[in-house]
Design a protein around this ligand. Structure first.
Ligand code: S3P
Length: 171
């Protein structure tokens, strides 16, 4: 089976959806941010602060290269900017989780750990800048995707089910 690659903006719920898919299907999941943090033995926030964004993007490209060469049949959740790696479509079926910016932001704020969810994301420190980034990326996510799932008014269980159905059909 091809990999399933979840892309989408920070806070849209790629991680939660990945964990739900793992519950519903016989599949193993990995996360590109987690891989980078373990390669570096430091948090994303620290990598950005100590090395800068371009260093982080180079690590994403390195992980993307490895995924393409070595990984199959896996559910891959990604950081919000990972979709820009040059070989994305070669990694697997790309699924874009879409929600309007306001929905994403309000959902983060409603979370009991809202503060730490925002703090750990260097590109979500300033809401104006985050909104600008969202507007720039929105059409690019769509362009990069094989499948678009609107996650706005759905439970994670519903979203996971929808993804599995779509991906099986396209396989
Ligand atoms: C980023 C999103 C983050 C993380 C890094 C950069 C981005 O992942 O990879 O802070 O460029 O959108 P999440 O989408 O899991 O927040």
């Amino acid at each position: 089976m091809k990999n399933i690659v979840l892309i989408g903006f920070m806070g849209v719920g790629k991680g939660s959806v990945a964990r739900e898919i793992v519950k519903q299907a016989d599949i193993v999941a990995l996360d590109t941010d987690d891989i980078i943090e373990s390669m570096e033995n430091r948090k994303i926030k620290k990598i950005f602060a100590e090395e800068g964004e371009e260093y982080f993007r180079a690590l994403e490209r390195k992980v993307a290269h490895w995924l393409q060469k070595e990984v199959d049949g896996t559910l891959i959740s990604t950081g919000g900017g990972f979709f820009k790696v040059p070989n994305l479509s070669k990694i697997g079926t790309v699924v874009y989780l879409y929600a309007p910016f306001e929905t994403i932001y309000n959902r983060i704020l409603a979370h009991p750990n809202a503060e730490s969810k925002l703090r750990k994301r260097p590109l979500f420190q300033d809401i104006e800048k985050a909104k600008k980034l969202y507007d720039e990326r929105a059409p690019l996510y769509r362009k990069a995707a094989d499948v678009v799932i609107d996650v706005s008014e759905k439970s994670v269980a519903q979203i996971a089910k929808e993804i599995l159905k779509k991906v099986k059909k396209d396989d």
